[in-house]
Ligand binder design. Structure first.
Ligand SMILES: Cc1cc2nc3c(=O)[nH]c(=O)nc-3n(C[C@H](O)[C@H](O)[C@H](O)COP(=O)(O)OP(=O)(O)OC[C@H]3O[C@@H](n4cnc5c(N)ncnc54)[C@H](O)[C@@H]3O)c2cc1C
Ligand SMILES: NC(=O)c1ccc[n+]([C@@H]2O[C@H](COP(=O)([O-])OP(=O)(O)OC[C@H]3O[C@@H](n4cnc5c(N)ncnc54)[C@H](O)[C@@H]3O)[C@@H](O)[C@H]2O)c1
Length: 458
């Protein structure tokens, strides 16, 4: 059996930089990866989906230019769109490979599992180390619908291998992936049906977010079926037929199944190293990423951290700081996220409901797009900006921005919140006219009322 200083299982968004850092410092690092280097984000997540959406939204924006008086004929070269997506994905994946190689990490291309305390086997390598980091991510959750198994349905794994545009697309699941990829294919020309179990899309966000998105999907010609389940799937002559719980039948050449994720922990045999999983199979960790197994840490999606690339990456930085003796936890940081539909959703911190549930004396203010000069001028009428504040401390607690490129704009709030700023700081900021950013101080000014305070000496 070999020994090493560090074992990393999974080349996810935290695992790669962690392995590279330790190796560059001269430690012997073994990294096990059973699939493509770079994990979900690079190979079948963020990178290909955002490259894909660049094309989809270019098509969508061209069509929407009609309301500005510009008439365009959109012609989609789908094979070219997907070839570009795959080329970018491959370039990023090679980058991950080079990074590990350059740092001197020993990469073992095999599935890893524990055989004992901090002892891991993968392929023909068995290794023990004082420090093991699990970064194994998640995979698609597949519902147990009669007839589904064995059909050539799509998940985020094989979606980016599509070579031809499906004339009709059926999507089960209206979360991040269903909305991003569903809207994307619709904008590229697929007649799209979205099947929603609940009464709104992106049900985890505030109801007003769902309302705006539902309207946007409608404008893209997507048919959204609310409060239905798929009871049966059939696949004959290259066509899927879904039977819904309301008796309706829907047909399409492609079926995308995106109902959430499950942790990649089945193969790990974690019990051999004293590591406990929760009832959904996620690795249990404490505030400092430590599992119940001595010397074993877990970061990223597999540890049930918010499932975003920047979180997994920040987990690595935070874990590194903790291992270097800093007294930090995984909770003392501001985390945001975004969804790349059009309009986008940019989110950070707490919603009003979440703050009130915590017993905070919270208040929120909302500014609709229709009140924002830049949005009117540019013809982006869907969406709103919302900020939540603590009435007792005046601190900004959270923001929800729905609108054009709000994934960028939300960073203003991320930085303000990281700095522990009050809403008054935003209120007195002078932002440039006419920008979307200009609306953020305007949002804060809703807390003082529309009028300037009166001047008692005049
Ligand atoms: C379609 C899609 C779009 C997304 N878009 C975004 C986005 O725009 N922005 C964003 O922030 N996030 C996005 N995400 C989420 C993001 O991809 C993940 O949160 C991110 O990849 C973090 O994952 P991770 O580091 O925990 O592990 P992963 O990146 O999932 O990597 C885990 C790795 O571990 C390997 N592995 C698993 N088990 C074993 C084992 N036993 N032995 C060896 N190797 C193993 C896997 O093969 C995998 O390569 C998206 C996800 C999907 C699916
Ligand atoms: N822009 C981004 O950062 C981005 C993009 C894509 C994915 N992601 C990450 O990946 C994760 C997974 O995305 P996802 O879209 O698979 O999951 P999700 O949790 O966002 O959405 C899944 C949806 O499927 C629904 N659902 C669950 N079971 C169902 C069933 N049996 N039938 C019909 N609907 C059902 C849920 O109610 C939910 O609306 C996200 O939570 C997110 O963290 C991030």
């Amino acid at each position: 059996m070999e020994t090493a200083d560090v074992i990393v299982i999974g080349s996810g968004q935290g695992g790669i930089p962690l392995a590279a850092d330790f190796a560059k410092e001269g430690r012997k690092v073994m990294l096990f990866e059973r699939d493509a280097l770079g994990g979900s984000c690079i190979n079948y997540g963020c990178t290909p989906s955002k490259a894909f959406l660049a094309a989809a939204h270019a098509a969508g924006r061209s069509r929407q230019a009609e309301k500005l008086g510009i008439h365009t004929q959109v012609e989609v070269n789908f094979p070219a769109v997907m070839e570009r997506v795959r080329a970018i994905r491959d370039r990023f994946s090679q980058g991950a490979h080079k990074r590990l190689e350059g740092a001197g990490v020993n990469v073992v291309c095999a599935e890893a599992s524990f055989t004992g305390e901090r002892t891991v086997i993968g392929g023909d390598v068995t290794v023990q180390a004082p420090l093991v980091v699990i970064n194994t991510g998640t995979s698609s959750l597949i519902p147990d619908i009669p007839g589904l198994a064995g059909t050539p349905y799509l998940t985020n794994r094989n979606f980016f291998d599509l070579k031809t545009l499906p004339p009709r697309l059926l999507v089960i699941g209206a979360g991040y992936i269903g909305l991003e990829l569903g809207q994307g294919l619709a904008r590229l020309g697929s007649q799209t049906h979205l099947i929603v179990r609940g009464d709104r899309v992106l049900g985890q966000e505030e109801p007003e977010v769902s309302e705006v998105l539902a309207e946007a999907l409608k404008q893209d010609g997507i048919q959204v079926h609310f409060e239905v389940n798929v009871e049966q799937v059939a696949h004959e002559n290259d066509v899927f037929t879904l039977t819904l719980s309301n008796g309706e039948q829907l047909q399409g050449e492609a079926l995308l199944v995106v109902i959430g994720r499950k942790p990649n922990t089945d193969a790990l045999n974690v019990a051999a190293s004293g590591i406990e999983l929760d009832n959904q199979g996620f690795v249990k960790i404490n505030d400092q990423f430590h599992t119940t197994g001595s010397g074993v840490y877990a970061i990223g999606d597999a540890a049930k951290q918010p499932a975003f690339t920047h979180v997994s990456w920040e987990d690595y930085r935070r874990l590194k700081a903790i291992l270097c003796g800093e007294n930090r936890t995984r909770h003392d940081r501001v985390l945001g996220y975004a969804m790349y539909t059009e309009p986008q959703v940019g989110r950070v911190g707490m919603t009003l409901e979440q703050a009130q549930k915590k017993g905070i004396n919270a208040r929120c203010v909302t500014l609709p797009m229709s009140h924002i000069a830049r949005a009117i001028e540019w013809g982006h009428d869907l969406g709103f900006y919302r900020m939540v504040i603590d009435r007792d401390t005046d601190k900004i607690l959270g923001a929800t921005l729905v609108g054009y490129e709000t994934a960028e704009l939300v960073h203003v709030f991320l930085s303000l919140m990281e700095a522990g700023a009050t809403w008054q700081l935003l209120e007195r900021s002078v932002h440039i006219h006419p920008t979307y950013g200009e609306a953020l101080p305007s949002l804060a000014r809703l807390l003082v009322g529309d009028d300037m305070p009166g001047c008692p000496n005049m």
